[in-house]
Ligand binder design. Sequence first.
Ligand code: NAG
Ligand code: NAG
Length: 467
Amino acid sequence: MYFRTISTVLLGIFGLAMAQIPLTFDLSKDQIFVQGNWYNKDGSNGKSVVTPHAFFTQCMHHENASGCDTTWSQRYWVNTNYYQPGRPIFIELAGEWDAAGDVDGGYWHAYARQYNAMLIVLEHRFYGQSFPVQNPAVRDLWLMTSQLALADAAKFITDFTANNNLNGTSWVSFGCSYGANLAAWFKLKYPNHVKAAVSSSGPVEALYDYPGYMKTVSEVVQEIDDVCHDKCTTHSAAWKHWLMGVKILVIFTRRLMTYFHHSSRNCFFITQFSLWCHSVDWDGISKEQMFLSLGMNVWADNAPSGKVTTACNMLGQIDGDDNVQIYGDFMEAMGQDGGCSSMKKRMEEREKFLMSQEAWQSGAAGWDWQTWDVYGQGCGRYGSQIATSNAYYGGKDLDSRCIIFVHGTWDPWHTQGVTTPEADNTVIVVPRTEHCADNGNPTTPEMAAAQAQIMTQIGTYLSDPMC
Ligand SMILES: *[C@@H]1O[C@H](CO)[C@@H](O)[C@H](O)[C@H]1NC(C)=O
Ligand SMILES: *[C@@H]1O[C@H](CO)[C@@H](O)[C@H](O)[C@H]1NC(C)=O
């Protein structure tokens, strides 16, 4: 009860500030966690939509001339409220979600007002209502790559420019999260299509594991509630030898899963602590499973501060002498339904959901596939693409210019992004700021300063002949 009240209040606060940030946890909805994001199981994205959509005739692929023999309808939205002829066009390359409503909100409206820009959102292929192939099967998924998404954007810009007599118009790509990768990669691969890119919270480096994610969550815990953080780290020391034994087991035998089934309390404890307090390399077993069942539900989120506050408040209320008991009671109080013992069942339910229409509409199914392809995550179902992806785009050493990289230190993804200063690009790191939070209204002076810098820098790049 207490937990719910706190969360509702917190979500109320965050709801205002982060109305435009997709894919974060919402207690009031039935959601599923897929590779770092929460999706509504009913397929909706929860945003209000003002601007009606339009459809663009897009090529099936861009590999060769035959790619346009077959076409499909790609959804997009245009807002001309601030636009004056001759002024720039800002285009959001949407990521792994239904992009309806994206054009109607977000702080980029302030930038558009300043520069009298047109705003356009282009939905990513295989998300929302933009499907090259209906009811996609595995044989169709070669069509679902970031490379093809970038080529789609290039064709869109070329055709939109030609069809509307917009020759000479400067375009700027925008994006959040995976969309931020696309915005930056677009400037890299199609440098003449856009003058500049505004890349918010883009984890451009592909990694098999992402230990930085829980490390950041751990830092958020420490900054928000030092006592709570101490409690965790102190307890975990007592379990270290235990943990080491388990790691070896995990690596060498799958029978550990059987073990989990008989020891849910201990399982809770060690896996939760290992994910939270340390960055554990669980090679050989799915990190996704661990995240899903134990780590993510209670502590972590792309905007973690709300969940962390709630969890620390609850942990602080639980007394006892036995560390395992305390943590088990805590997990129960947080509504965790048996964790390890039900892991298999949950994974089965998840697999089933991911085949549903709603999963495709919301983006959950597409993202499940695409993270294997872009980030190479998973147990080798499709083989690792990490090296390929980093070689193709350059990881953090992305060889491009006129990109504004924005990150928040409370964003669990920020360690995979460009956060060190670069001469040819602009790097802005905002303290105590969460995933894509610069897309919303400023909530701190630091955020306001960052957004003012983005505002100015866009103008600088627009008039820079080198961009
Ligand atoms: C064009 O590319 C597609 C996809 O890679 C391929 O299947 C097809 O054979 C290619 N066609 C030609 C004429 O090269
Ligand atoms: C637009 O630009 C293209 C390429 O720069 C050029 O070939 C074309 O003539 C231009 N069209 C107009 C109407 O200016």
